[in-house]
Design a protein. Structure first.
Length: 231
């Protein structure tokens, strides 16, 4: 696995994913998150403690990571990733962990991955179910999987999420970071059912009519409108 890795989101997925990446020997990592630590979700964000409430999440996570892994260089940016900055951020990194909580942002990161060639490890957790997939240039991307961003999908904060599921999926993201897809145009969607404790793998193929994978200018929906990525 090559450095540096960009971890977008320093919450329920970003905390366990960054821990597992550091344990795997990553030496340089960038954490990006606009938010401050909130006392209501400390149970699934192990880098953040009660004393950190109100601090920027990226500062809190960097402090704990550097304390646990003295050889690790952690850079932070307290801001949101959007269509104006995604491409530049991706191009400065070897791999991206999607640890965000929001459908539109996940599609933006998927588009940016196909556009720039920087792999992104997608994951989503809702209540007891987790999904994860590695996205690379050549696809498949999230638009191959879902075609368009699903509407009215609640965020983790709205629907609730089991803390241990976030930990499990963040660790799985770090594992997927180590292994490129074996075949261009084919990826495995990892589906984890936290109720039955079953793990499934579903083959996802690049869609022949996927605009992003076919090299058309990527777009992301924001407020219901298509917004083109900055290039
Ligand atoms: Zn696609």
């Amino acid at each position: 696995m090559s450095d540096p890795v960009l971890v977008i989101g320093a919450g329920g997925l970003g905390c366990p994913a960054s821990l597992a990446l550091a344990q795997a020997g990553i030496r340089a990592m960038t954490l990006v998150d606009p938010d401050v630590v909130d006392g209501s979700n400390l149970h699934r964000q192990p880098w953040h403690h009660a004393a950190d409430v109100g601090r920027p999440k990226v500062d809190s996570a960097r402090q704990k990571l550097e304390r646990a892994f003295p050889g690790l260089v952690v850079t932070t940016e307290q801001r949101a990733v959007d269509a104006s900055n995604a491409q530049a951020l991706f191009e400065r990194h070897a791999l991206v962990i999607d640890a965000t909580d929001g459908v539109d942002t996940k599609f933006l990161l998927s588009d940016a991955s196909v556009l720039t060639g920087t792999p992104v490890i997608y994951a989503g957790v809702l209540r007891f179910e987790g999904l994860a997939m590695r996205i690379e240039r050549g696809g498949p991307c999230l638009r191959c999987l879902f075609e368009t961003p699903p509407v009215d999908v609640p965020t983790c904060a709205q629907a609730g999420v089991l803390g241990s599921m976030a930990g499990l999926m963040g660790g799985l993201q770090a594992r997927l970071a180590r292994t490129p897809n074996a075949t261009e145009g084919l990826a495995m969607l990892h589906v984890v059912d936290g109720h039955s404790l079953t793990f499934r793998q579903v083959k996802v193929r690049r869609r022949a009519d996927c605009r992003t994978c076919n090299g058309e200018r990527p777009v992301v929906l924001r407020d219901g409108r298509p917004v083109e990525c900055a290039t």
